[in-house]
Write a protein that binds this ligand. Structure first.
Ligand code: ZN
Length: 286
């Protein structure tokens, strides 16, 4: 009799676990939306529109996505109108949260926009050293990172930085100089992901407080089922799974194959839950 009872409880627990996995909430921390008329500027084959993103979210089982703006220097009107476009879409729907953009070399204009966007509900700021054309160690960058932290915005950097061999050290310096800002390195530095172990080294010392996170867009699909797949998982665990976020980089990568990629690695169910939802909810305060 006792044995039957144990089997029944085990079966119930198993079904509950399966149900929680299949119905789990999933956050995609990296998607670009482009304004009307520009939808194919990032990928000529895919509309970077809210409609197409929603379609891919449904297909991939993603329940919430970060939507990104991306602006250029010295055009405050274009900056505000792109950010407002993103903020308005996010405000109208629980499916999205807003990630705005400024150009750090715009100085005070950039800092004022960070404050304005935070007051309007933005959750993070995206900066792109390559696309926007700035050096990571420019003092204006640190000023924007500091201002973002003060109003509760995380700062996401594209971290591929192919032309800057010292990028990893510069990101370490930036994180140490701005301990109260959460910094996300999108793509985990791509082909240089193994260098990110530097953050595990610094975490052992007194100067760095662990305020750097990483999104796995592009890097997870790139190394899925590759000779470096095990090394990627090992590096993530050395740094700490709590620091990593699932992401696609829509419209460049699609949401379904990005999710399949992350699930192809040998993460435990508990680790996958953190990667797919919990960590992003913490970093972006959702
Ligand atoms: Zn991107």
């Amino acid at each position: 009799m006792k044995k039957n009872w144990t089997i029944a409880v085990s079966a119930a627990l198993l079904f509950a676990t399966i149900a929680s996995i299949t119905q789990a909430q999933i956050i995609d921390s990296h998607a670009h939306l482009l304004p009307p008329g520009m939808e194919r500027a990032l990928n000529p084959d895919v509309d970077a529109s809210a409609e197409e993103l929603r379609r891919q979210m449904k297909e991939a089982g993603v329940t919430k996505a970060a939507i990104y703006a991306m602006v250029q220097k010295s055009d405050p009107d274009a900056m505000q109108s792109y950010n407002d476009f993103i903020l308005n879409i996010a405000k109208e729907s629980d499916d999205f949260f807003a990630v705005v953009s400024v150009h750090p070399l715009d100085g005070e204009v950039a800092i004022e926009e960070v404050k304005r966007a935070a007051a309007l509900g933005a959750k993070a700021l995206k900066l792109h050293p390559f696309y926007q054309g700035f050096e990571i160690d420019n003092p204006n960058v640190s000023a924007v990172v500091k201002a973002a932290g003060e109003v509760g915005l995380a700062v996401i950097f594209d971290s591929i930085a192919a032309s800057d061999g010292g990028a990893t050290g510069k990101f370490v310096d930036l994180a140490i100089a701005n301990p109260d800002t959460k910094i996300v390195l999108a793509h985990m530095a791509g082909y240089r992901f193994s260098e990110m172990i530097l953050f595990a080294v610094f975490a052992k010392g007194p100067f760095y407080n662990g305020n750097v996170y990483f999104d796995l867009s592009a890097v997870a699909p790139l190394y899925a089922n590759s000779p470096r797949a095990e090394e990627l998982v090992w590096t993530i665990r050395q740094i700490g799974v709590d620091q990593f976020l699932h992401a696609s980089d829509f419209p460049i990568f699609d949401l379904k194959s990005s999710r399949e990629a992350i699930e192809s690695y040998n993460f435990t169910p508990d680790e996958l839950k953190k990667l797919l939802y919990d960590n992003a909810a913490t970093v972006f305060g959702l």
